[in-house]
Ligand binder design. Structure first.
Ligand code: TRP
Length: 446
């Protein structure tokens, strides 16, 4: 089986794929709005700190387990277990991770579907298909279902094509496009009236909030979701990584790219909101807080683009292209988790696995879209607030307490032979053993 496994063909390919997984709606939507409602730069600093001291070590834990075991999450955790009990725990954690990520994808696809519809909308308008454009713009269950099905078809097709021809090929194309669009859009928004006020709202810290428990919980949840941790996504991508790569460095690059793009997205979204305010668009809710939820992306920003005349069409197109790309490079990384398991453990062919599991996710997403008002939040809370941090905790326990220390060192030494003397090896084992589990536990109990 091991011989038929895929592998990323280059460091760049892995970097694009892994940062593509990390960079998603969580960065471009979640981070800026979290920052805006949590004291601006105070949130930013907290987030940077948590990303560095908590999320990076946890990311490394997954990458190392993955590359060592060269297998899906369930097999990998069993492989590094020692006794019968920890093998069973490995199975449970791996399997729950697969279930969790499958449900994360189910709600993620609904939101990604909106992004996809709003991406097609300016194209339709450009060609003068006004009724199609209005249908795409208007939030209806029919539109949401059709858009999410199309989005899932894209996701399934890429996963069906395999690691190199699907994931890597598309990540290499899409991620540079994403970064270019993001930079170009922020530069453009800076030239508009009101942008500076938004920049201040983002960058001037409200330090009265730094110590608040709520801010810590938000920042940590954000960091975990953003680095795709706890459910085996990074483990599986790590399992396709060559033994020649320097893991601590490449993991650091992924974390930096993820954080960097989140910060950059803040430089786009917050100034854009204040530009919208300047153009008469409502950006505060009835309690005087910045509008942060779905309304920000599907109503505030489109209203802003609407005030921009014909340029607005192009800006809307670019912005929703950005959102669609960010969603797609993340959704493929989610689908790969159950698919790799079905291929390696249940002997499914890749196409059977991607179509059947992707089909299942699509049906779940349709159910969520149809019962959006109550079901969406339930699924989000159960998966990202309950299950994901808990599983993240177990990943750290596996690396910190169950897996043999010399085996870990041996794995990291492939690709970085001198790691034993580096600060990484002086600090990281302690972190995953004590600090990460404790911190996750504390936040979890909140
Ligand atoms: N990190 C992505 C984002 O910020 C989403 C994502 C991809 C994810 N894979 C994941 C989230 C696995 C949780 C678990 O949008």
């Amino acid at each position: 089986m091991t011989n038929s496994r895929g592998e990323f063909s280059s460091r760049f390919g892995f970097l694009m794929a892994a940062s593509g997984s990390a960079v998603g709606l969580g960065n471009i939507w979640g981070f800026p709005t979290n920052a805006a409602s949590n004291g601006g730069a105070a949130f930013l600093f907290t987030y940077l700190l948590l990303a560095l001291v908590l999320a990076y070590p946890a990311l490394m834990a997954e990458l190392i387990i993955g590359r060592h075991s060269r297998s899906n999450a369930v097999t990998a955790l069993q492989l590094i277990s020692v006794g019968e009990k920890s093998k069973l725990l490995g199975f449970l954690v791996g399997f729950l991770g697969i279930v969790t990520v499958t449900f994360i994808l189910s709600f993620y696809a609904v939101v990604s579907g909106w992004m996809f519809a709003l991406f097609i909308e300016p194209i339709a308008r450009f060609f003068g298909w006004i009724s199609v454009a209005s249908w795409l713009e208007f939030d209806s269950t029919a539109r949401n279902i059709i858009a999410l099905v199309l989005f899932m078809v894209l996701t399934i097709s890429i996963i069906n094509a395999g690691v190199q021809n699907g994931i890597e090929k598309w990540a290499r194309r899409l991620m540079p496009a994403l970064i270019t669009i993001l930079i170009a859009l922020s530069l453009y928004v800076f030239t508009l009236p009101g942008a500076l006020v938004g920049l201040q709202a983002y960058l001037i810290p409200d330090f009265t909030r730094v110590a608040s428990a709520e801010l810590l919980v938000d920042a940590m949840g954000q960091a975990f979701f953003s680095l795709s941790l706890g459910v085996g996504t990074m483990l599986v991508y790590g399992s396709y990584l060559s033994k020649e790569e320097n893991l601590p460095m490449i993991g650091g690059l992924v974390a930096l790219l993820d954080v960097g793009i989140a910060v950059l997205a803040g430089l786009l979204i917050l100034p854009a909101m204040y530009v919208a305010l300047e153009s008469g668009v409502e950006i505060f809710d009835s309690q005087g807080n910045l509008i942060a939820g779905p309304r920000l992306i599907v109503s505030v920003l489109p209203n802003l683009f609407g005030t921009m005349g014909s340029v607005g069409l192009f800006v809307a197109f670019s912005f929703f292209a950005l959102m669609t790309i960010a969603s797609l490079t993340s959704s493929i990384s989610m689908l790969e988790v159950p698919v790799s398991y079905a291929v390696e453990e249940l002997n499914f062919s890749r196409s059977r696995a991607s179509v059947s599991i992707g089909g299942f996710v699509t049906i779940m997403s349709i159910l969520i879209a149809m019962n959006f008002d109550w079901l969406f939040d339930v699924v989000v809370t159960l998966t990202t607030e309950l299950s994901q941090p808990l599983l993240g905790l177990f990943f750290c326990i596996f690396v910190g307490w169950i897996w043999r220390r010399d085996a870990i060192l041996e794995e990291i030494r492939c690709g970085s032979p001198n790691v034993q003397n580096s600060i990484f090896w002086k600090i990281w084992p302690f972190y995953v053993k004590f600090i990460c589990p404790l911190a996750i536990l504390m936040v979890y109990l909140q």
